[in-house]
Design a protein around this ligand. Structure first.
Ligand SMILES: [Zn+2]
Length: 254
């Protein structure tokens, strides 16, 4: 669906609109921080907006607490809008099962996500669940995706073996830096951003071609809509590392 079509669809319903709005001034008189809520397929998110900026941020996995702390801190001093999932666990409850929130950003991905923890779906119930996810995803992405070529930055942490090498087969360009842990890396979806970021010290891949099998992660949805998406991935607990990587990205791509 095109962006204007999504927007007009959004105007027709108040379903995902703000539940609660609290305005309060920060210590800097000019900036205003707004706290609201939104939901996607029954999954609640807190949304913190600081000042006026097209940049968007998202924290999607409840068990990745380092990334949450970084983003909570960052949005206090940098303008933009940050989405925080309201869940302490990786998978979130959905109807009669649970799903990984970063595997439902396509119908194909949702199909696998719904079956991961529950088999034996009734065909009609399964189709209805997929249709609902399609419908709600469109509204959520209208809210989440930046306009005017702003950035969408996702923050993730990894726990054990996952590292940049597993991303290479999905990447068109890569820049692996000597002395950097392969579990700390950046994914981007636009070559112009890649060219700026590759000058820095961090591991980096460019994923600007859709895979044959879409696993439902946000990065592919962003790529389909030509959004400047950045994923900053570090080891869980490596707080200062992830903070430095986020500041580097913002500094290079402003
Ligand atoms: Zn994650």
């Amino acid at each position: 669906m095109s962006k204007p079509a999504k927007l007009s669809l959004l105007n027709k319903t108040a379903k995902l609109l703000v539940i609660l709005t609290v305005l309060f001034a920060t210590d800097r008189e000019t900036a205003t921080v707004t706290s609201t809520s939104i939901s996607f397929a029954g999954i609640p998110f807190d949304v913190i907006e600081n000042g006026v900026s097209d940049n968007r941020y998202i924290w999607l996995h409840g068990d990745e607490q380092t990334a949450k702390m970084i983003l909570e801190d960052h949005i206090k001093s940098f303008s933009g809008k940050a989405f925080f999932i309201k869940c302490d666990e990786r998978e979130v409850p959905f109807e009669s099962t649970k799903i990984d929130p970063n595997r439902i950003f396509s119908r194909e991905g949702s199909r696998a996500a719904l079956r991961k923890f529950k088999s034996g779906w009734n065909a009609r119930v399964f189709k209805t669940a997929l249709d609902n996810l399609d419908y709600e995803r469109d509204y959520f992405l209208v809210e989440l995706f930046p306009e005017n070529r702003g950035l969408l930055i996702a923050l993730h942490n990894n726990f054990r073996g996952y590292n940049i090498k597993e991303e290479l087969s999905k990447s068109r360009l890569s820049s692996i830096k000597r002395g950097q842990n392969p579990r700390d890396f950046i994914i981007c979806t636009q070559e112009s951003d890649y060219r700026k970021l590759e000058m820095g010290p961090y591991n980096l891949v460019l994923q600007d071609q859709l895979p044959t099998k879409d696993d439902g992660s946000l990065s592919w949805a962003a790529l389909r809509d030509d959004i400047r998406y950045i994923n900053i991935e570090t080891r869980l607990g490596w707080l200062s590392k992830q903070r430095k990587m986020l500041k580097f990205v913002i500094g290079m791509l402003k």
